[in-house]
Write a protein that binds this ligand. Structure first.
Ligand code: NAG
Length: 285
């Protein structure tokens, strides 16, 4: 039994503990001093050599729009990832793609072990709208053997599925499940950041989603759902545009129109350690 005195001490301590920032696994929040050219050089935020079209460099596709940061940006700035007709990576003529991968995320590092919470915010780039006749992958974990995406945020018209409203953010679980499960979906609200936190339990193989728009604190929008997040891998943040029709290998076939200039704005990319009884998940900065 607690004495009334120790209860008072506990209730005073509790807010301090919950206000404490969780331990970070990686931090992709960009200081305002980093220029687009800074993404071409080795840096502490994102890898400089992947993923973008052959012959390109990040400085040709990264934009740093002068807009207010996301809920979790504190003295850090949003970054837009854009694609063009030249965004053909590794001979994948069926795709147009450009994605940032956290610098420390080798594919076998601790970002895909234990219990981790991935944070990111996405905003439409009003100057570079997506074409919602296509399917886009905006954020995904690709397994280290490249055989699946254990979790993937999509928008647009999903290939091989009836999409009621393509102007929707749909967070899918492992795409090798039959059928793939939509863990959470929400309208892709324009003009504001759409904020996600996704707790990935690599031991229990579950995924829990937290969400808000604008400056509202995150709220749990699912419980921890069964989802096979095994297989480690790398987290991608950007634009992967699929063709409107496919065939056997959509990486190499299908229709992509010419003359595109499309992008998505990201803010507040980081990952925190949510292992242990405290299950640390930051709901606001
Ligand atoms: C959208 O994509 C489809 C298929 O690639 C294309 O036919 C159409 O012209 C595009 N629409 C716009 C507005 O760019």
């Amino acid at each position: 039994m607690f004495s009334s005195q120790s209860l008072t001490v506990l209730s005073l301590l509790a807010p301090l503990v919950s206000a404490q920032a969780c331990k970070l696994q990686f931090d992709g929040r960009i200081p305002a001093t980093l220029t687009a050219a800074g993404f071409d050089a080795t840096n502490q935020f994102f890898g400089s050599s992947n993923v973008f079209g052959k012959g390109l460099a990040f400085s040709q596709l990264i934009q740093l729009p002068a807009i207010t940061g996301s809920l979790f940006d504190t003295n850090t700035v949003p970054v837009a990832v854009t694609i063009s007709d030249k965004s053909i990576f590794n001979g994948q003529t069926g795709f147009r793609r450009a994605e940032l991968i956290p610098a420390s995320n080798s594919g076998t590092d601790a970002s895909t072990t234990g219990v981790k919470t991935l944070h990111f915010s996405v905003m439409k780039d009003a100057q570079r709208p997506l074409n919602l006749s296509h399917e886009y992958q905006l954020v995904f974990l690709e397994s280290n053997d490249f055989s699946t995406n254990q979790v993937v945020l999509k928008t647009g018209t999903i290939l091989g599925q009836a999409t009621a409203n393509p102007d929707t953010l749909q967070l899918f679980g492992n795409v090798n499940s039959n059928p793939p499960q939509v863990l959470f979906s929400a309208p892709f609200t324009p003009g504001v950041f759409n904020n996600f936190a996704v707790t990935l339990d690599f031991n229990k193989l579950t995924t829990q989603v937290f969400f808000s728009t604008g400056t509202a604190p995150l709220k749990a929008v699912t419980k921890a759902l069964a989802n096979d997040v095994s297989g480690q891998g790398q987290f991608h943040f950007g634009v992967l545009k699929k063709p409107t029709d496919g065939g056997a290998d959509i990486t190499k076939s299908g229709f992509q129109e010419a003359g595109i200039d499309e992008g998505v704005i990201y803010g507040g990319i980081f990952q925190e350690d949510s292992a242990g009884a405290a299950a640390c998940v930051s709901l606001s900065a």
